[in-house]
Design a binder for this molecule. Structure first.
Ligand code: ADP
Length: 653
């Protein structure tokens, strides 16, 4: 502990020397002396002693006078009075004026030291208390400042996420920067990449005109230095710094504004008049604020981008004739475009948030929504409306949102398709009669007279041509009938038998070409609910194709089996195969693979489309696995009769 200072005031030189030099100094105290009250007060003011030993009787100003003065000055320095016998009463009366104790002359060393120590202990305690109070107050003040800073940061933090008005947000950030650093002025400068200049986006404490016209070249300014280095800049000290021509500041703090590692501006505070430097803490706080500003600017940019996209989408949605409905995961409407509202007569109804089924009562639409498309896939259905229109709806999933249905009005297309089908049916039908005559008379020709070789060749060509046209017409009529759902009365049938008899029809044709056609009959019957004639057509078409597209001496294996739900039939050949790129189209009407291998093989391109239609009308599926040069395997599945069938039919209904 630092040595304690004691002021001894007495007009008696010997007593002064005795007390100071022999009693106090040897015991480690720093002693100063005064010869009377006036001298004593001066020494007190100059030395600020920890204790005063005060004589009562003195020239100029006596002890009482000194006590009065010190009391008036609100001195807290303890006083020990040195009295003579008989003046104890007086000492008692001055206790309330700061006198701690008294000692009676002649002074005894031990007694003096006890009294001094006692008074000093008290003083020490008082000083410690005062120091503690001071520390507490300082901590409180610091805390208040921290709370102020935190409040400002918290307010800005909230604004960043809630405030969409960027000007206001940046204004608040600069305001907060000035507030928490106690600066005179502050500003937020953004980089104009075109001109490589900084312009003032927001300012506080600066003249408005000045702020508006402010332009700073990056190459020759302090703020520009921050842009170039990406490091903050803290300038302090007594000297005045030139920020810009004719603009001087005493203390400056710059922090860079970064988004995604790119520096796009500077947040700055400065003092022009005030001799107050900025601290590392100010730098830290300003860096936080600059992060907020960066987030705000980035948010505003993203918001602007989203808003543009939203407007673009809105224009597309309201401009298109397609009906678009977006629903959430519980099929509540999120968005319905203008066409959808008009189409479903919902123009004057609030639709957002309503369950779709409350708004649109349509069985086909319900059925479509009941089938959930796999991610990335879409379900399609035709939706007939009560006003006679037909919509083609495509329903797809939007991950994390729900589903979107896009519907096109295909009423006209349906009508055209019907007209086309009617036309084809009529023409096909009308062609049949003359063809029957041609075929009949052609068949009769060799009967009515012998033909020479050339005539025979011509006749065979006529018969083959007539046969091809007849096949085409039959196929065309079939397509029309199957698509219209005609001739599709179903009954339980054994697919094993159907496959066996269909295979048998091609036995001769296959053996003529040296092909090995096999069908290993399964031991059990494979029951399906179906139309026997049509199912025979399916197997016949597939086996016929296998024979057609497999070279002589090839093999064709037909198989039939079943699993829990389905009956599975496959027709596998080791023929010419189908290129992968062609495989998606071979089930389309009139599609034929054009290649060297298929060149001489006749066909209508309708067989597989008929097969697919029939399989689908039976709630089944068909697909092909094939490799050019190695062969093809056509597989179709049909629901097994029983529970599975009723389930599949029910779900498709
Ligand atoms: P097509 O009357 O031409 O045989 P399909 O509709 O039955 O018409 O078949 C469409 C096309 O698919 C055929 O033209 C042929 O290119 C191809 N194709 C069908 N089956 C086979 C098969 N087993 N092997 C190779 N190609 C085949």
């Amino acid at each position: 502990m630092a040595k304690e200072k004691i002021l001894v005031v007495d007009d008696n030189r010997e007593i002064l020397a005795l007390i100071a030099d022999y009693m106090l100094k040897p015991n480690g105290y720093v002693v100063s002396t005064a010869r009377d009250g006036v001298d004593g007060l001066e020494k007190y003011r100059a030395d600020k002693p920890d204790l005063i030993l005060l004589d009562l009787e003195m020239p100029r100003l006596n002890g009482l006078g000194v006590i009065e003065e010190l009391h008036a000055e609100r001195s807290e320095t303890p006083i020990v009075l040195m009295t003579s016998h008989g003046s104890e009463d007086l000492a008692v009366t001055v206790f309330r004026k700061g006198v701690r104790d008294y000692i009676i002359k002649p002074v005894d060393t031990d007694e003096l030291l006890v009294v001094v120590e006692k008074a000093l202990v008290e003083a020490r305690l008082r000083r410690e208390k005062a120091e503690l109070t001071e520390t507490l107050m300082r901590t409180n003040r610091d805390l208040e400042i921290r709370v102020k800073e935190l409040n400002a940061l918290y307010g800005i933090g909230r604004s960043v996420t809630s405030m969409l008005d960027l000007d206001r947000l940046l204004g608040r950030i600069v305001e907060a920067a000035v507030y928490i650093t106690g600066a005179e002025e502050g500003s937020l400068l953004l980089l104009d990449e075109g001109t490589n200049e900084l312009f003032m986006r927001s300012a506080q404490g600066l003249d408005e005109k000045y702020a508006r016209e402010f332009r700073l070249r990056v190459e020759d300014s302090l703020a520009g230095q921050v842009i170039q280095t990406g490091e903050p800049l803290l300038i302090s000290g007594a000297s005045t710094h030139k920020v810009k021509t004719a603009y001087l500041a005493k203390a400056i703090l710059y922090v860079p504004l970064k988004t995604k590692g790119k520096i796009m501006g500077v947040l700055t505070v400065d003092n022009r008049v005030l001799d107050k430097d900025f601290t590392r803490n100010d730098l830290f706080l300003l860096s936080l604020l600059s992060d907020y500003a960066s987030i705000g600017i980035e948010n505003a940019r993203l918001f602007g981008q989203i808003e543009n996209e939203r407007q673009m989408l809105e224009a597309i949605l309201s401009g298109t004739d397609d009906i678009i409905i977006v629903t959430d995961e519980s099929d509540r409407v999120i968005l319905m475009n203008k066409s959808a509202r008009c189409g479903f007569d919902l123009s004057h109804v609030s639709v957002t948030g309503s369950p779709l089924e409350d708004l649109i009562r349509n069985q086909e639409l319900f059925a479509l929504y009941d089938k959930h498309p796999l991610p990335g896939a879409a379900n399609r259905a035709e939706i007939p409306l009560s006003n006679g229109q037909t919509l083609l709806a495509t329903l797809s999933a939007i991950s994390g949102i729900g589903r979107v249905a896009v519907m096109q009005d295909i009423t006209q297309l349906k009508k055209l398709d019907q007209v086309k089908s009617d036309f084809v049916a009529t023409v096909s039908h009308d062609l049949r009669s003359p063809l029957t005559s041609i075929r009949g008379f052609a068949d009769l020709l060799p009967v009515v007279g012998s033909l020479n070789e050339q005539q025979n060749t011509f006749l065979q060509k006529i018969q083959r041509g007539v046969g091809e046209i007849t096949n085409l017409i039959n196929d065309l009529l079939d397509v029309g009938r199957i698509e219209a759902g005609m001739d599709l009365e179903t009954q339980p049938c054994d697919l094993t038998e159907i496959v066996a008899s269909s295979v048998e029809k091609f036995r001769t044709q296959a053996s003529e070409r040296g092909q090995n056609l096999t069908f290993l009959k399964p031991p059990m019957s494979l029951c399906v609910q179906g139309n026997k004639t049509r199912l025979e057509q399916v197997v016949s078409n597939l086996v016929s194709n296998a024979v057609k597209y497999t070279p002589d001496k090839g093999t064709i294996d037909v198989n039939a089996s079943s699993n829990d739900q389905f009956v599975v039939v496959s027709v596998k050949d080791n023929g010419i195969g189908i290129p992968l790129a062609e495989q998606p189209f071979i089930f389309d009407k009139f599609y034929r693979v054009q290649s060297e291998e298929t060149l001489g093989i006749s066909g209508t391109g309708l067989g597989l489309s008929i097969v697919k239609s029939i399989v689908e009308k039976h709630f089944g599926r068909i697909w092909v696995e094939s490799e050019p040069g190695r062969g093809s395997n056509f597989v179709f599945i049909l629901p097994k009769m029983g529970d599975a069938l009723s389930e599949v039919q029910a779900s498709a209904a």
